[in-house]
Design a protein around this ligand. Structure first.
Ligand code: 1HE
Length: 269
């Protein structure tokens, strides 16, 4: 840990976000269980600060929630009488924090259980991989509370499940259970109740062994390429591919395979 970052990490903890290193994996915990990890302003700022100041040794991160739920979304007790201008800045503050998760230095795996609702689902959607256990449920109660998503949900959630399903969730209050949530694309992994954190750490530990340039390409280049017109995307892909291939780590990994020293791709179970 860079000692200069310690005051930032201590302040984040006071605001409900704990950071612990497990090898090269930064394990970030939403730690406000009495309020179901509802995201108040202090907690959103703490998330931003932690992801902007991860220790240099971090090569991947996991985010999970303490208690019975991942996250109950926006802290509704802070939903004051904001005017339009204040509302814009509040939403933009969430965007900065969740961009710090999505566009930070390392891939982030979310370990989900219980409620993943409202802003909690927006946070989960900003992660690169989602592991859900059987207790997980997904909802966007903003629709029934007379508000709209403001933490990037209208950009990120349709990328996972499509705009039609998100519209349905918000218009009708539909809640997806863990099995259907994996089927529609919220989570890439579904594990028995209580198993999400261990699985997420296992995946993050594996991700941490990738060449850093590969992880960068997947978290920073791929999302942009996917949104570019095909011709621009192919051009960007060629640039990214050449940069990744040129890295000494790529050359040594390819050489190891050709010399029979690296693992083959195994048939899936
Ligand atoms: C809260 C919040 C919260 C719980 N803000 N205090 N999000 C929602 O509309 C979801 C609201 N929460 C719930 O539906 C339920 O709390 C849960 C399904 C998540 C969990 O139920 P349960 O039975 O385990 O807990 P609980 O008894 O409802 O809540 C425990 C305490 O947490 C209680 O406070 P207490 O002082 O009475 O003990 C609750 O009031 C409190 N609590 N959730 C404030 N969300 C950037 S825009 C994003 C917009 C949104 O996210 S809107 C969706 C908001």
């Amino acid at each position: 840990m860079n000692p200069l970052n310690q005051p930032i990490i201590d302040r984040a903890l006071a605001n409900g976000v704990a950071l612990e290193m497990q090898g090269a994996v930064a394990v970030v915990r939403l730690s406000r269980p009495a309020k179901r990890n509802a995201l108040n302003d202090g907690l959103v700022e703490a998330l931003r600060d932690v992801f902007q100041n991860l220790p240099p040794e971090a090569r991947a991160a996991v985010i999970h929630g303490e208690g019975e739920h991942f996250c109950a979304g926006l802290d509704l007790s802070e939903l004051k009488e904001r005017d339009a201008s204040e509302g814009i800045h509040h939403s933009r503050g969430w965007h900065v924090a969740l961009n710090a998760v999505e566009q930070g230095r390392v891939p982030v795996v979310a370990a989900l259980h219980g409620a993943v609702v409202g802003g909690g689902l927006e946070l989960a959607s900003a992660c690169h991989i989602r592991v859900a256990d059987d207790s997980t449920f997904y909802a966007l109660p903003e629709g029934t509370r007379g508000i709209f998503v403001g933490g990037g949900g209208s950009v990120r959630v349709p990328k996972l499940i499509g705009a039609a399903r998100m519209t349905d969730m918000m218009l009708t209050g539909r809640v997806y259970n863990a099995v259907d949530g994996e089927r529609v694309g919220f989570a890439q992994y579904l594990v028995p109740t209580g198993g999400a954190l261990a699985k997420a750490i296992e995946l993050a530990s594996r991700i941490a062994t990738n060449a850093p340039m590969t992880n960068f390409a997947l978290t920073h280049a791929l999302p942009r390429i996917a949104e570019q017109p095909a011709d621009h995307g192919l051009f960007t892909e060629a640039l990214m591919a050449s940069i990744a291939q040129a890295a000494p780590e790529a050359k040594s990994r390819v050489r190891a395979f050709l010399e029979g020293k690296a693992a083959k791709v195994q048939k899936a179970d």
